[in-house]
Design a protein. Structure first.
Length: 159
């Protein structure tokens, strides 16, 4: 992580999936972004990271104040749980932090210490934000069955 990493939006993956479910039920899979919080019950502070995460995952596009499902977003929203997890897992490998954890774990016999990533993230973020970045990465990676975390050894391990 020599360059400043693009921070992950702090959005639980369950909220991202809830957004997709909602848009799937809206005619055309498109809705005014500013009306979205009401039906989902999200405050603006929660909604922005969720829509950012969905956009960065390639599941929605945002234009002219509207949010709309992409083809991948439609496919993921319509998929059954095992396929959803697989689709999310594939998309996550494009995020540098998640890809780096996977690569480091693969080189380390399937495991890598959390502390090494915290130290590297602290070159660009506060300790608290570095922790939040890893927590978000772990939430997403667990869902996509990419990697998990062993709290006893403080290590990430490949799923």
């Amino acid at each position: 992580m020599t360059d400043a990493p693009h921070p992950l939006p702090h959005a639980p993956i369950g909220m991202v999936l809830g957004l997709l479910e909602h848009l799937r039920e809206v005619p055309g899979g498109r809705e005014d972004l500013y009306k979205l919080g009401g039906p989902l019950g999200y405050e603006l502070d929660d909604l922005l990271p969720v829509t950012d995460a969905a956009k960065r995952l390639g599941l929605v596009q945002i234009a002219s104040g509207d949010i709309e499902l992409t083809e991948e977003g439609r496919a993921l929203a319509a998929a059954e749980e095992p396929e959803r997890k697989q689709r999310v897992g594939e998309r996550l490998k494009g995020f540098p932090l998640i890809a780096e954890i996977c690569q480091a774990a693969a080189k380390g016999h399937g495991r890598v210490r959390k502390e090494s990533f915290l130290e590297r993230l602290e070159d660009h973020f506060s300790r608290a934000e570095a922790e939040r970045q890893l927590s978000t990465a772990l939430d997403w990676a667990r869902y996509g069955e990419v990697f998990d975390f062993d709290p006893d050894s403080e290590e990430f391990f490949l799923a």
